[in-house]
Design a protein around this ligand. Structure first.
Ligand SMILES: [Zn+2]
Length: 311
């Protein structure tokens, strides 16, 4: 529902047989009254310096978001994302974004190599940037250096044939204005944060669902951050939390995640979650697919853009 239908004015052709002197008079009166009403409505609704088009543009998504839309994201370049997650998603016809960092790549037994990252890309998944060092970019001094790290990741991706990403995921869910400026400068269009500040880290709670008229595309909230204590019941609460026009954003790590057990998702539980989505008519998209729903000529005035968050 985009609001246009409500404002549509239907003009009826007058029946020529019924036009008489007094009818013409009445009709003129009605038309003048209607015009006065329209003008006063427009003036009353105008904020200073804004046109009616701009006012509406901030409220109406660029494209209608189908219900049961889920953004699937996987962080930290964990090997099981290639061996367990990707084959299952292909089988179910699900899209997703994998956020790659060099941070743990030295450990080849549990983390992806750049060549393996390219395999995910060739399978049709989106590859996003998750920085070189996985630092807290909420800190001003780290945030100012994010640009160099983005480029280091881009260079390695280019070497294995993966194009420059448009999506970023905040490391440790920390964010700040200096890093946002770096993302803009380096052409990043979308960035996912955590459930914070709305929901504390580690809590088995439902985070905010994405509202493209409220959340800035460089601060897309996580609706569900997958922790080992998740159950199918909690998963159902997360995915059913979006109101019409909102999108659920899921953040996973390794499936399983042996090196980082606090964000582990057991493979059996993951299969259960994904099968539930499939059986109940949900569709999953990659982060980049959100761009079509943003009105890029007027992005939401999100107060978090001017704040910082980090442990
Ligand atoms: Zn991470």
């Amino acid at each position: 529902m985009n609001g246009w239908a409500r404002e549509k004015v239907v003009f009826k052709e007058p029946n020529p047989k019924l036009i008489t002197g007094s009818n013409v008079n009445n009709m003129l009166k009605k038309i003048i009254l209607l015009l006065l009403l329209m003008v006063s409505t427009i003036i009353a609704g105008l904020p200073q310096g804004a046109s009616p088009n701009n006012r509406e543009a901030s409220k109406i998504p660029a494209a209608e978001i189908p219900p049961k839309t889920i953004v699937l994201t996987f962080d930290d370049a964990v090997k099981s994302q290639l061996t367990v997650v990707a084959p299952l998603l292909k089988q179910l016809g699900f899209q997703a974004t994998f956020f790659i960092t060099q941070s743990w790549m030295k450990d080849k037994s549990y983390f992806l190599t750049w060549e393996e990252t390219a395999e995910l890309y060739r399978m049709g998944f989106e590859i996003g940037n998750h920085s070189w060092t996985h630092s807290n970019f909420g800190k001003a001094e780290n945030g100012a250096k994010l640009g160099e790290e983005l480029q280091m990741v881009e260079k390695e991706l280019a070497r294995v044939g993966v194009p420059k990403p448009v999506s970023f995921a905040w490391c440790g869910n920390a964010f700040g204005p200096e890093a946002i400026a770096q993302l803009r400068r380096h052409g990043y269009k979308l960035a996912r944060r955590g459930m914070q500040p709305e929901v504390p880290y580690g809590a088995i709670q439902v985070g905010p669902a994405l509202d493209v008229t409220k959340h800035h595309p460089l601060l897309i909230p996580t609706t569900g951050d997958a922790y080992p204590a998740w159950t199918l019941e909690h998963f159902k609460r997360v995915i059913s939390s979006a109101r019409p026009g909102e999108v659920v954003v899921l953040q996973f790590h390794g499936v399983p995640d042996i090196s980082h057990p606090w964000v582990n998702t057991p493979a059996e539980a993951f299969r259960e979650y994904m099968n539930y989505l499939k059986q109940n008519g949900y569709r999953t998209i990659a982060m980049r697919d959100l761009l079509q729903y943003y009105n890029t000529s007027r992005l939401p005035d999100d107060p978090l853009v001017k704040t910082r968050f980090g442990r």
